[in-house]
Design a binder for this molecule. Structure first.
Ligand SMILES: [Zn+2]
Length: 420
């Protein structure tokens, strides 16, 4: 079975998550157990055949809905009885409509959609902040013209902590966990020992720090992963990336991801409790060294240092501990002052270029400050625009994560007034 082989290669690190990035991998539907199929997409979709139609965990994004529907129809002609959203992110909730239109045309009963109750508030918020979400998602994924939806298929039924479903004699256990989101559901099919994790596991270091999105819950996420490891699953179907087969590998993946998060939470809280300022905490927290090379924990989507910021926001206030930033001057006023002290904005830009030549991460970080100040001091200067574009392009190329690449690429384009 091709998918088992691919999953095995991903696990062994033989196929890199950078070339087969779990956020972009799509493919053909594959039967992974009797009556159970896995469809790799953005996000993944898991489909179960029951005595009374299909049961689905996640439905993919609206952009891929037609393709995914066709794949599923290649596996089974049965009506979609029930879909569960693993959480309310748009890449998991966009695929119901096409099944509903089909049901209407065939005179089948309407699909039942089930989710944790916080999905409702999420959809309300997505509508309230649609333009903002469009901007940050264009920036995060570096996709020009990405359109943010303004209507959603709300769930028909919600639950708070746990819910058991019986769909056509298939016993299904839903449990709410908090992790990347406050509305996550994990799905456990005990009869098949199949666990659908949603985005609690996605083959990258946990997206617990996303700089442009709402609060994440790293401590609760780790607790949820440890609970999942107790289930005795033989197949793990994630929200993104390949399945994991075999209890030993599943336990390792879940427990090590938990350990990764716990370590970052513990280090950050210990320093917060000592009254250390955010900047010093961000500079010193490191994820556990022995997990650095795990193929499912590479920081290709989010980054551990962003998780530190999220923990600070969750347990502390917005102030970073620097008295100057409590009631700061406007960034542009600070930039003009520093530029004048330096002998002009071009001196800052020249020094930024020189620091980029040094090449270390620390030098690149400093270069970012200096070129941003030069540009804020004289945003209309074309030489400085060019330097800013060059420097943030280089930083995007040097960055490992989607999040950092997206912001740096946006800054590069903004330098010359390019739309995104
Ligand atoms: Zn997702």
């Amino acid at each position: 079975m091709e998918i088992v082989e691919l999953a095995d290669r991903m696990w062994r690190g033989d196929k890199s998550t950078s070339t087969g990035h779990p956020l972009t991998a799509t493919g053909a539907i594959a039967e992974i157990a009797d009556g159970a199929a896995f469809l790799p997409a953005f996000g993944n979709c898991s489909v179960f055949s029951t005595d009374d139609g299909l049961f689905m965990v996640d439905t993919g994004s609206a952009i891929l809905a037609e393709k995914m529907h066709a794949e599923i129809r290649g596996w089974s002609p049965d009506r979609l009885n029930c879909a569960v959203y693993s959480h309310g992110h748009v890449d998991h909730v966009g695929g119901v409509d096409i099944f509903e239109r089909e049901a209407e045309a065939n005179g089948w009963p309407r699909t039942r959609v089930v989710a944790q109750e916080n999905v409702v508030g999420r959809f309300d918020r997505y509508i309230m902040t649609a333009p903002y979400n469009q901007i940050v998602n264009r920036r995060q994924f570096a996709v020009k013209g990405l359109l943010w939806p303004t209507s959603f298929r709300y769930p028909d039924e919600t639950y708070v902590e746990e819910l058991s479903l019986d769909i056509g004699s298939l016993g299904i256990e839903l449990r709410h966990e908090k992790g990347e989101t406050d509305d996550a559901t994990i799905t456990w099919i005990a009869s098949k020992k199949i666990l659908c994790t949603g985005d609690m596991f996605i083959w990258t270091s946990p997206n617990a720090g996303n700089p442009q999105k709402v609060q994440r819950y790293p401590r609760e996420w780790a607790q949820g992963l440890r609970r999942m490891a107790q289930l005795g699953a033989e197949v793990l179907l994630p929200g993104h990336g390949m399945p994991v087969f075999g209890n030993e590998r599943i336990t390792q993946a879940l427990e090590e991801t938990a350990e990764y998060l716990e370590s970052i939470v513990d280090q950050t809280l210990a320093m917060m409790n000592e009254g250390i300022r955010l900047s010093d905490i961000v500079s010193s927290v490191e994820p556990p060294g022995h997990l650095a090379n795990r193929p499912y924990l590479r920081a290709i989507y989010d980054e551990p240092e962003f998780i530190v910021h999220n923990i600070w926001r969750l347990y502390g206030g917005w102030w970073d501990g620097n008295p100057a930033s409590l009631k700061p001057a406007n960034d542009r006023a600070v930039a003009r002052e520093i530029a004048e002290l330096a002998g002009g904005p071009s001196r800052l830009a020249d020094r930024a270029d020189a620091l980029m030549e040094v090449g270390s991460s620390e030098a690149q970080r400093l270069a970012g400050h200096l070129i941003e100040m030069a540009w804020l001091a004289t945003p209309e200067d074309s030489a400085i625009q060019g330097a800013r574009r060059r420097i943030f392009t280089a930083r995007a190329e040097a960055a490992s994560s989607t999040m950092a690449k997206g912001v740096f690429r946006w800054a590069a384009r903004e330098s010359s007034g390019e739309e995104f």
